[in-house]
Write a protein that binds this ligand. Structure first.
Ligand code: FE
Length: 436
């Protein structure tokens, strides 16, 4: 946790993976507001508030999150704090709405609301005396992507180049995410180095953001639905407690809701693999008279699963399989499923090599094989449609362990397997390096 002083309000930054939550505190009045809390960190937030002797006045969401589960509903239920979102947000959790220019009291001070649409239409920023909490409207060296949740490149241009224009260079920028280990910046620094703030031509700005195609955050639709409706708080079970319970009678049924390929790579035993996307159609396979412990990588998908199983006696493994392994508890490790992309590379390379050898040794006509493979790869690169991947995907090996229809790809969201590009499947907009 890092700490920075405003003139009177204090901003405490709390990182969880690529996400930041913020506690804005008036230390004299012992009052705080919590910005963008995550569902899996609620116990820590409550412990932190208690330790500091603070009353939580309100939870503020800078926008409806698509990449992680919000802790707002649980915090409202447990503390009675208001939950405040933009007037443009669709939310059953909000107890109050924020408009551009609103001044929200925190103790004896105020935080100013600055509507910041673009990443989503319900995005807001919070202006303090010397700090700017930007949500995903402005990230360090970038900005939130604009290709879902009523996002708009033109609206983001308006926000970054007109709505932020009157703000001073000296404001410390606290973003909603960072995918490169950074914590904060200043508006002046961003104006000098951030490609999107340097891109003053509106048409080029809009086309730079419109051209990109990225995977959506993992399980995005289910996460947005849960955040909009208000995630039901899930009882938790700690790894050591589960290990003890599995040795007792009756033992809980462990249901692993990750993708089959993730389950194959590593899982705890005994457990049942039932991917999150298949849960709605298969919930009748689960007993209602036996405790279910829901497991995923770090806990977010398991929370979504618990939310999708009303009436079942569920608990969520706190910290997921990561925490289980960190506690030194046993797992079964298997062979990770080879990605389709890797299979395509191997198949294309093998075909090209064999074709080349046969062209030399048998007949020049075999030279057509590498030529056709090369042309196919170019076509796949240009159109993003790969015939070889489709054929390989239909093989029994891939059908058995391929993600089910509707299952989210592994991505950068909280419970997903890591990906090569840390920002893929994230909330950050990809930036064309030529856009300067
Ligand atoms: Fe976002």
């Amino acid at each position: 946790m890092t700490q920075a002083m405003t003139h009177a309000l204090t901003v405490h930054q709390m990182r969880a993976e690529h996400c930041f939550a913020y506690l804005i505190v008036d230390p004299d009045a012992r009052e705080a507001v919590l910005v963008d809390p995550r569902a899996d960190r609620v116990p820590q937030y409550l412990a932190d508030l208690e330790e500091r002797g603070l009353r939580l006045r309100a939870v503020i969401e800078t926008h409806t999150h698509a990449d992680h589960l919000s802790g707002a509903a649980e915090l409202r239920a447990r503390t009675g704090a208001d939950v405040l979102l933009s007037a443009h947000a669709t939310s059953e959790v909000a107890t109050g709405r924020l408009q551009d220019g609103d001044r929200l009291p925190v103790g004896r001070h105020e935080v100013r609301v600055l509507a910041s649409p673009g990443h989503t239409d319900d995005s807001i920023s919070l202006v303090l005396d010397d700090a700017l909490l930007t949500g995903d409207a402005l990230l360090i060296g970038g900005a939130g992507r604009t290709d879902f949740q009523n996002g708009s490149p033109a609206a983001l241009y308006e926000t970054l180049h007109r709505r932020f224009a009157a703000l001073p260079d000296g404001l410390t920028v606290y973003p909603g995410h960072d995918y490169a280990g950074r914590t904060h910046s200043t508006l002046g620094q961003e104006r000098q180095t951030n490609a999107l703030l340097r891109l003053t031509d509106e048409d080029r700005f809009v086309s730079a953001l419109s051209a990109s195609r990225q995977p959506k955050p993992a399980n995005m639709d289910a996460i947005v639905a849960a955040n909009t409706r208000g995630l039901r708080p899930s009882p938790r079970i700690m790894p050591e407690e589960l290990a003890a319970a599995l040795g007792g009678a009756p033992a809980p049924l462990v249901v692993d809701v990750r993708l089959p390929a993730e389950y194959d790579a590593v899982h705890l035993e005994p457990s049942l693999s039932l991917p999150l996307a298949e849960l709605p159609g298969r919930r009748d396979e689960l007993p209602r008279d036996r405790e279910l412990v829901l497991v995923c990588r770090t806990g977010s998908r398991a929370r979504l699963a618990a939310d999708a199983l009303p009436g079942f006696p569920t608990r969520v493994l706190e910290g997921g399989l990561v925490a289980w392994q960190e506690a030194g508890l046993p797992v079964v490790e298997g062979k990770a499923h080879m990605s389709l992309e890797r299979q395509v590379r191997i198949a294309a390379g093998a075909l090209a090599s064999v074709g080349g050898v046969l062209a030399v040794a048998v007949s020049p006509w075999f030279g057509l094989v590498p030529a056709l493979v090369g042309a196919g790869l170019v076509y796949a690169g240009v159109t993003d449609r790969c015939g070889m991947a489709m054929m390989l995907g239909a093989l029994p090996y891939n059908r058995r362990r391929a993600p089910s229809a509707g299952a989210a790809p592994a991505g950068a969201a909280t419970c997903a397997a890591p990906v090569t590009d840390p920002a893929a499947g994230s909330c950050a907009a990809p930036i064309d390096p030529s856009a300067r």
